[in-house]
Design a protein around this ligand. Structure first.
Ligand code: FAD
Length: 452
């Protein structure tokens, strides 16, 4: 654990109970939403960071009902010199709000879809499931990720990669405007015409530049898709990955795929002796007819033969349950050299290995073709990501020369390592924007970008 991270876990120097009580009194007087404090049942559930090993203990949790509550909470934190943090779902919270004020946006969850402009306007507390449900009847889809319970705001501010990203880019690339409360308490609109520097930084720079209260972004004309997975025995993993590395170069942007090295399911369609044994799974989503997908997949599958089990079918985008790996130990790659395939397969199949899941995802397509004003999503030219659910030194040693230390903000584990998610030029520019909008680094309980 880095020193910076350790420091974030402590109450600030000089914190006094009287000061904290005064802050809570002020919040209770001036905030419309609930103000939750220690030992209340709702405080215990709202303060959690369920995907992290931190155990945050803020002085108060503010259930914001609108931008005014966010501004009051921020002003209170600043005037009482208390740390400040914001959270939607908690999926991406890795820095503890100990001794501070935690604003929760869950109640700002309105979703409006404009079918003519093909645009969604959502409150900062919305989750993808709500946007998918509102857009689907109009034959539209957002650039959601693998889990529909993830929050739109945190996901999008960190870039956002999903099953439609090869076709339409990162979620941040579709953002048109954001309403944001900045560190000095202003409620600004960030768009191409209004605070364009802030607008640039927020589309990939995470929660560093203000509290987003609403976001407007493009939806895409995706109604029904072909999707599912094919399961093969683990001993075919190396052959399949070797073919996969060449095959991905020939597929259209409308086809997204990932290879998982995992355990075969306890499903009666899998031979009894193989259930729970190492397996290799190909996940696919294709925005086009199933027969075309079959033709595209044939050269990949010919190397491994018929699957033990397959779940392919056609359905509405949001109904295709693709699952996928959440953030863990991520490596960005330009190709899959033999030694990388070897070490990943060994890590996933060796008895007693701490690694029980590896996801190799195909990037590229529209993600690698940003418009001239696209935001700072660092390593757009990466062709693949390899995500492991555990850290293993032998894997890291083999991967290092091929990853160049690159990371993707949404999949980072260590909040002190945000620099790895950007090119050096973008990181410098981000630090400049940070100095302009948050010179005191009020928004630091995140994947932090310090002011220049
Ligand atoms: C199971 C799982 C699956 C995932 N799948 C994907 C995936 O497919 N693709 C992908 O790109 N990512 C994925 N992620 C990563 C996810 O996008 C990030 O964890 C993201 O930060 C979650 O956002 P949230 O709002 O749900 O989380 P929160 O924990 O609520 O927020 C995370 C951070 O975002 C910032 N933030 C949140 N709301 C605001 C706001 N209103 N204003 C300013 N800053 C804000 C804050 O810095 C906060 O600390 C996944 C995560 C999990 C746990």
């Amino acid at each position: 654990m880095s020193q910076q991270y350790a420091h974030q876990r402590l109450s600030p120097p000089g914190a006094s109970i009287e000061n904290e009580r005064a802050a809570v009194r002020r919040l209770r007087r001036d905030v419309d939403g609930a103000v939750l404090v220690p030992f209340e049942a709702a405080y215990e559930s709202e303060r959690q960071a369920p995907y992290s090993d931190i155990d945050p203990r803020p002085v108060a949790v503010v259930m914001a009902t609108g931008p005014a509550d966010v501004r009051t909470a921020l002003a209170t934190a600043r005037e009482h010199d208390l740390p400040f943090a914001v959270q939607g779902t908690g999926h991406g919270t890795h820095a503890a709000s100990d001794g501070g004020i935690l604003v929760k946006t869950a109640q700002l969850a309105g979703v409006l879809v404009d079918p003519v402009r093909q645009v969604a306007r959502v409150g900062a507390g919305a989750v993808w499931e709500q946007v998918i449900a509102a857009a689907a009847p109009l034959g539209l889809a957002p650039l959601a990720g693998s889990h529909q319970s993830v929050g739109v705001a945190g996901y999008t501010l960190g870039g956002g990669i999903g099953w439609l990203s090869r076709a339409y880019g990162f979620a941040a690339d579709s953002v048109l405007r954001a309403e944001v409360v900045t560190a000095d308490g202003r409620l600004l609109t960030a768009s191409a015409d209004s605070h364009p520097d802030l607008f640039w930084a927020m589309r990939g720079g995470g929660g560093n530049f203000g509290v987003v209260t609403s976001l407007e972004f493009r939806l895409h004309p995706v109604a029904r898709v072909f999707a599912g997975a094919a399961f093969f025995p683990g001993e075919r993993a190396a052959d399949l990955l070797t073919r996969y590395r060449d095959w991905i170069e020939s597929v259209p942007d409308a086809l997204s795929s990932a290879v998982l090295l995992t355990r075969l399911p306890h499903d009666r369609r899998v031979p009894a002796g193989l259930r729970g044994r190492p397996g290799v799974v190909v996940q696919v989503m294709y925005d086009g007819p199933g027969e075309e997908a079959g033709r595209l997949l044939a050269p990949l599958f010919e190397v491994v033969g018929p699957p033990l089990l397959q779940t392919f079918g056609t359905g509405a985008f949001g109904e295709m349950d693709m699952g996928g790996t959440g953030p863990a130990h991520v490596n960005l790659l330009d190709t899959l050299p033999d030694e990388v395939i070897d070490v990943l397969v060994r890590a996933a199949t060796r008895p007693g290995s701490p690694v029980s899941g590896v996801e190799i995802r195909h990037w590229g397509g529209a993600m690698g073709r940003p418009g001239p004003h696209a935001g700072p999503i660092g390593h757009r030219t990466a062709r693949l990501s390899a995500i492991l659910d555990a850290r293993l030194p032998e894997v890291e040693a083999v991967m290092r020369p091929h990853t160049g230390g690159r990371a993707f903000l949404n999949f980072l584990h260590d909040p002190a390592n945000a620099v790895a998610a950007y090119t050096p030029a973008d990181h410098r520019r981000l630090r400049g924007v940070k100095r302009a909008y948050d010179p005191d680094n009020v928004f630091r309980l995140n994947y932090n970008i310090p002011p220049a």
